[in-house]
Design a protein around this ligand. Structure first.
Ligand code: HXC
Length: 510
């Protein structure tokens, strides 16, 4: 009996060593942790239970029959994050570069199926070179199985991908179909094909960082939702993110104890908006001063920063925050901002996370570069996303809400449940200068007349009161009481019920 127990321990020890000490040392020398070390940091201490530790590939080509490593390049199982179940697969770069074989794929799809059945989030840790070249179509088929499950689970359980090394091929396409992608700066890369193939096919010489580093995907391409300094920081931040997310689309948002009074007022907000309407102010200050304990988890903070998206809490319950940022491009809606916010809004709606929208938007960005880039379609994405929401929508207009952007930013007309405006709000088709130049074109040569017309326009339209007179704004509120008002609105809407007519699915302007 003792022998058998020892044999199990020996086999486990062999599996835990992955591709061997030399490759583990190389992994550490690159500033990366191993697949198992990462899991240990991600889940609650001692909570990880590993499955399929002894699985091996069945490939007999190109000498692979002589090379078997138990686990076959991916560590799978489940654990808890602050007591809540999560399923995990973590690619082991020390084993065949973390590449995917048929057996490796079967381990992942087993975990995907379990996560879906258990209605718990799944987190993939990627550090891998895509399809295992020696396996050919078995590897491609394996990816197909993984992709299908990504799609079936989409909108049912949160799926999160962590890019923690060089990732290519299927190891970027599967993450691309999940809800969130986070990267590690300087050690992780995402590309469909690596720099060597790029050189062969297009003769373009690029470094891995230039082709697909965090500086590309978290800033320019928006493929990634954020990037962190190292493995440790990423994994700890993911524990924070999980705390904000529901486990599935039926459970509702998690609730954690909050020590921040919901009726806390903040007098400094009364002077947040400058007297000069062209002067920016930091919308993040409003967010941090309004939400529980100033705790805000930003999504895509470095991409399209003219709009802010992220998670926060009121009375301990998660909300999504969408807010125009007057500090960047005056908070204008362009194609990138619209796409970014649309995807975030749809995530929140799919998982029944209420959205609080803070509005200060001068309109859509005009010009050929935006129009040629499809601003109409991209702007429509955000309009579509908000309009199809059945979750609670609470909106606060702090200053400008001009033109189509007024409609788009969770206005009453497209489904806003509770719409507040600060006394500084300006709700109109456009700002005074543009408006006067169009409707009083005949007076343009007369400076005095134009000044008088501008003043008249400002007094008549650049306030919240016409919208309030028509009931498009439920209440004009004092800035200092924003937290109290929003918290009460969210409580009021906790049991909101709204239905859409049956359809197979919608046809969002992709
Ligand atoms: C088999 C692989 C492999 C792969 C890496 N290895 N990728 N083995 N299949 N796809 C092995 C290497 O042989 C090496 O083994 C070890 O992993 C480490 O790889 P290195 O190249 O030494 O590491 P590094 O220099 O850091 O480069 C990492 C890399 C590079 C950028 C990922 O290995 C690479 O470009 N690999 C190929 C990527 C690729 O084109 N994959 C196929 C994509 S197609 P030893 O024994 O020396 O340690 C695909 C189809 C899916 O995925 C369909 C999508 C729609």
């Amino acid at each position: 009996m003792k022998d058998v127990l020892e044999k199990l321990e020996d086999r486990r020890a062999e599996a835990r060593l992955g591709g061997g000490q030399k490759r583990i040392d190389a992994q550490h020398a690159r500033g990366k942790l191993t697949a198992r070390e990462r899991i240990e940091l991600l889940v609650d201490k001692g909570s990880f239970e590993e499955f399929d530790m002894f699985v091996q590939h069945r490939c007999a080509d190109f000498g692979m029959e002589k090379s078997h490593i138990p686990g076959d390049g991916v560590v799978t199982g489940w654990g808890t994050v602050n007591g809540r179940t999560v399923f995990i697969f973590s690619k082991d770069f020390t084993v065949f570069g973390g590449s995917l074989s048929g057996a490796h794929a079967a381990k992942i799809t087993k975990i995907q199926d379990m996560a879906l059945k258990a209605r718990a989030p799944i987190i993939g840790l990627f550090d891998a070179g895509g399809a295992r070249i020696q396996e050919g179509v078995d590897a491609l088929g394996g990816y197909g199985e993984v992709f299908t499950r990504n799609v079936i689970s989409s909108g049912v359980i949160p799926q999160i991908s962590l890019i923690m090394g060089p990732c290519a091929g299927g190891d970027v396409y599967s993450p691309a179909m999940t809800d969130f992608i986070f990267m590690v700066k300087d050690t992780s890369y995402m590309f469909v094909t690596g720099p060597d193939v790029v050189k062969t096919v297009t003769n373009e010489v690029v470094t891995a960082e230039e082709l697909g580093g965090a500086s590309v995907h978290a800033v320019k391409s928006s493929v990634a939702d954020g990037a962190y300094e190292n493995d440790l920081e990423l994994l700890l931040q993911m524990r924070r993110l999980i705390d904000f997310l529901p486990s599935n689309n039926m459970e509702g948002v998690p609730e954690i104890p909050s020590f921040d009074q919901p009726d806390r007022i903040d007098m400094s907000l009364d002077t947040l908006v400058p007297d000069n309407p062209n002067k920016p102010y930091d919308m993040k200050e409003l967010i941090l001063k309004t939400v529980d304990e100033g705790d805000f988890f930003e999504i895509q903070g470095k991409f399209a920063p003219n709009i802010i998206t992220g998670f926060a809490r009121f009375e301990g319950r998660s909300v999504g925050i969408v807010a125009n940022q007057p500090m960047v491009l005056a908070g204008v809606l362009d194609s990138d901002a619209s796409r970014k916010a649309a995807r975030f809004v749809r995530f929140c709606d799919a998982f029944s996370i209420p959205i609080v929208t803070f509005v200060d938007v001068p309109g859509f960005l005009p010009g050929t570069s935006q129009e040629y880039g499809g601003l109409i379609k991209h702007g429509a994405k955000l309009l579509f996303a908000y309009s199809q929401c059945t979750i609670p929508l609470v909106t606060v207009i702090t200053r400008k809400a001009f033109g189509g952007a007024y409609d788009v930013m969770a206005s009453k007309h497209i489904g806003g449940d509770i719409n507040y405006a600060w006394p500084t709000a300006q709700i109109a088709v456009m700002g005074a200068k543009g408006a006067v130049e169009i409707i009083f074109r005949a007076d343009m040569k007369d400076a005095e007349k134009i000044a008088a017309r501008t003043k008249e326009y400002e007094e008549r339209f650049l306030s919240p009161f016409i919208a309030a007179e028509r009931g498009y704004i439920d209440e004009v509120i004092m800035p200092h009481s924003t937290r109290r008002r929003v918290a009460r609105a969210l409580t009021l809407l906790r049991n909101k019920s709204a239905d859409m007519p049956w359809k197979k699915h919608d046809n969002i302007p992709l």
